[in-house]
Ligand binder design. Structure first.
Ligand code: SF4
Length: 365
């Protein structure tokens, strides 16, 4: 068992000098990293192991997003405990069975992991018997979350998939523990893309700690992406979910950062209302002293979400022009709550926006 990272209480503080060493001459990178905020109150998780039959599954919804043809999810509820996570709404039935509770949310302090050894076997079996594609590890949970780290699930699943020819993997995580597996990814560098989702620059980092209690800080994730780039790994940018007052004014810097690490694709998405995730985030922000951020989020009902999203798409488009990344931008958009006027405006941004089906909202980040 390896020592847990992020979820085990480690905090990284960067000096000005250390940050300067990361610049590669790119000002955007300096703005994005900044100094790490103090870690928020980590939530202790009760871990439940639950049988999960499917190792790898086809995922038409993620194929439409342009993210992956298949998913590999190491459980049903992730121990990072992000309060905006929509997985509890998506995996409602399995969670009810696993926890014996009527409804489960990320605030209940429970992580539901796939029974580890049986799951790795299932991944290996599926990788052998299925027609290969691009598999995302993970789409609804996180293979480097604290409870997954206890059984090295990220690395073991990667090995099981990469052992079989033809598969490519999109690694998506909010935990810097993935850096310990960069040696494995290096050996298969053409077949793996690495992304640590980033939800704030230094400007919004402290507020995000209230919403992502057990994930690595955004500064740590940023550094991990720099490390991936420096080791010659393929990278993609995932800036999701964008919160008003926290991330919306950082879109320019986020796109600049992705450009500076040669991200092959850059995904963005504004926070979506699913289940009761909005009220939980509003309460947590207010409780942590972020009253303005809480008020703005609470005000996204009615036409507020539509206006916020249209503004984010505008900012994304301007940044993409500035950094010459229009060909790799993918703004993921569930249009159900867009006003007709905002929808008409957003259509002019063409292929940079991926229009999704509201009925297919999937979990995770
Ligand atoms: S948003 Fe992602 S990292 Fe956060 S709890 Fe959900 S699956 Fe885990």
């Amino acid at each position: 068992m390896r020592k847990r990272l992020s979820g085990g209480g480690d905090t990284v503080h960067l000096t000005e000098g250390e940050m300067a060493g990361l610049q590669d001459g790119d000002v955007a990178m300096r703005r994005l990293g900044g100094a790490a905020a103090p870690r928020g109150e980590e939530r202790k998780m009760k871990i439940i192991d639950f049988e999960k039959k499917a190792g790898i599954r086809a995922t038409p919804a993620f194929a439409r997003k342009g993210l992956a043809t298949h998913s590999c999810n190491v459980g049903f509820l992730c121990g990072h405990g992000c309060l905006y996570c929509s997985t509890p709404a998506v995996n409602r039935c399995q969670l009810r069975k696993a926890c014996g509770m009527k409804s489960v949310t990320t605030s209940d302090g429970v992580a539901v992991r796939a029974d580890p050894d049986a799951f790795v076997e299932a991944v290996s079996r599926d990788a052998k018997r299925m027609r290969p594609g691009l598999v995302e590890l993970c789409t609804t949970v996180d293979a480097w979350s604290p409870e997954a780290q206890e059984h090295d699930l990220g690395r073991r699943c990667l090995e099981a998939i990469l052992d079989q020819p033809g598969w490519t993997v999109r690694v998506l995580t909010k935990n810097i523990a993935v850096t310990r597996d960069f040696d494995l990814i290096e050996k298969h560098r053409d077949r793996v893309q690495v992304g640590l989702s980033i939800t704030a620059t230094a400007r919004g980092e402290t507020a995000m700690r209230a919403l992502e209690p057990n994930a690595s800080s955004n500064a740590e994730r940023t550094l991990a992406m720099v490390e991936a780039h420096e080791r010659g790994l393929r990278t993609f940018g995932m800036f999701c979910p964008l919160f008003p007052e926290i991330a919306d004014r950082s879109i320019h810097d986020m796109v600049g950062f992705a450009r500076s690490i040669d991200a092959e694709e850059i995904f963005m998405e504004t926070v979506n209302m699913r289940g009761d995730n909005f009220p939980r985030c509003v309460d947590a922000l207010r409780g942590a002293g972020f009253g303005r951020e809480a008020d703005t989020l609470a005000g996204l009902d009615g036409t507020g979400w539509s206006e916020f999203t249209a503004e984010a798409v505008r900012a994304m488009s301007a940044a993409a022009r500035h950094f010459d990344t229009e060909d790799r931008m993918r703004f993921l958009l569930y249009p159900g709550r867009l006003t007709a006027r905002d929808a008409a405006e957003i259509r002019q941004y063409g292929d940079m926006v991926k229009w999704l089906d509201n009925s297919e909202g999937e979990g995770g980040s």
